[in-house]
Design a protein around this ligand. Structure first.
Ligand code: ZN
Length: 84
């Protein structure tokens, strides 16, 4: 499942994606197109930022629920194979 959300740059309107677990209040990142730094704050007056924060929060919740529901892990079997 895709764990990234779309962000719209407030300056150049470029659309790019970032991981949902990074996008939370206090996070900042640079737009890959115009290099302006976007600050993700819940109190931001910017609608794009608020939207991205809300999307990321929703997606994190879904991902958490999926993780809790599915016990299978995408990890190769590593236990019990140690060479002494
Ligand atoms: Zn930009």
């Amino acid at each position: 499942m895709d764990d990234s959300v779309q962000i719209c740059c407030t300056r150049c309107r470029n659309l790019f994606r970032d991981r949902a677990h990074r996008i939370q209040s206090g996070y900042s990142r640079q737009c890959p197109a115009c290099e302006v730094v976007l600050f993700f704050e819940e109190t931001s007056p910017d609608k794009n930022i608020k939207r991205a924060l809300a999307l990321a929060r929703g997606l994190r919740k879904v991902l958490r629920e999926m993780e809790a529901a599915g016990p299978r892990k995408a990890k190769p079997v590593a236990a019990g194979r140690r060479s002494y």
